[in-house]
Design a protein. Structure first.
Length: 302
């Protein structure tokens, strides 16, 4: 069997990726802080935020993977230093380690559409620490690929929807609040900022399918491919749809926006992925609707 190491495989998106790879007959090694070995997935416990180059090199030399998927990262509830370390420095370390192996694995990096500002395809300087750290990783992989040091593809993923969304994320937190109110048999009271942005939301199962295709095909090596539905929906409308899916009585109040920036901007504007390249190179296209993702999110939260 082909072996793939998934860094951050015990995280929200990593778990979906591990399951999809195992279902596609890959020998999957899940690397993360929490054990997540089940069925065909083998788990290796590691804190990637503290893993130096030596530890990472020893892991990859021992496992000898054909592909390394980097789904590790930090966003919700992380400090600026933690985001820089996990989103950028880890990737730079991975490039050095993978390039020095006798048989170099292909690298599949989970990037973020937030590296690009809404309505601007390639901003000179992304607005947030999260976006800047993810963009730094993308630039490092592009440079290494162009220099022939590694074979790599970056999947620049839009906003994700699906089971197990962290409580620190907007929709994951709301799903948890709805579930708590449902268990208590009362009304869920939500205080929200004035959410006027429109964003591209993609189901985690579709993201996992894109990763499987990127692992199996070298056609995308050296490319940055956007992964999303290719259309935008209103963030507030999506919240209303989640409430409707849950059936939980809910009272919403709107607060004034806080000053400063957050890990992921909820500013004005519209953002959508351009999925023409990934459709052409990998034959990928989204299968699930935003409502499908909301149903999966709510089912897990209950």
């Amino acid at each position: 069997m082909r072996r793939v190491v998934v860094l951050g495989g015990s995280g929200f998106l990593g778990r979906h990726i591990c399951r999809a790879l195992a279902a596609s007959h890959w020998d999957v090694v899940c690397v993360g802080r929490r054990p997540h070995g089940a069925g065909a997935v083998r788990s290796v416990r590691a804190d990637l935020g503290d893993a130096d180059a030596g530890a990472l090199a020893a892991l990859l030399a021992r496992e000898r993977p054909a592909v390394v998927v980097n789904a590790a990262g930090a966003v919700w509830g992380a400090t600026d230093a933690q985001m820089t370390e996990l989103n950028a420095v880890l990737v730079e370390r991975l490039i050095d380690v993978a390039g020095a192996l006798p048989v170099r694995p292909r690298l599949v990096q989970i990037g973020s559409l937030h590296e690009c500002a809404p309505s601007a395809p390639q901003p000179a300087e992304p607005a947030t620490v999260y976006a800047r750290s993810k963009a730094r990783a993308t630039r490092a992989l592009q440079a290494a690929s162009e220099a022939g040091l590694v074979e790599a593809v970056v999947l620049r993923v839009s906003n994700t929807l699906g089971a197990g969304a962290p409580a620190g994320s907007l929709l994951g937190g709301i799903a948890d609040r709805l579930a708590a109110a449902d268990r208590a048999g009362g009304t869920c009271r939500l205080e929200l900022p004035p959410l006027t942005a429109r964003r591209d939301f993609v189901d985690t199962r579709d993201v996992a399918d894109a990763v499987v295709r990127a692992c199996a095909r070298a056609a995308a090596d050296g490319r940055v491919l956007e992964v999303g539905r290719g259309s935008a929906v209103g963030v507030r409308a999506l919240i209303d749809d989640l409430i409707a899916v849950s059936g939980v009585p809910t009272a919403i109040s709107v607060r004034s926006p806080a000053s400063g920036t957050t890990a992921r901007s909820s500013s004005l504007g519209e953002q959508r992925a351009d999925i023409r390249a990934i459709r052409e190179l990998l034959g990928w296209q989204p299968r699930f609707t935003p409502r499908d993702g909301l149903v999966a999110l709510w089912s897990a939260a209950r």
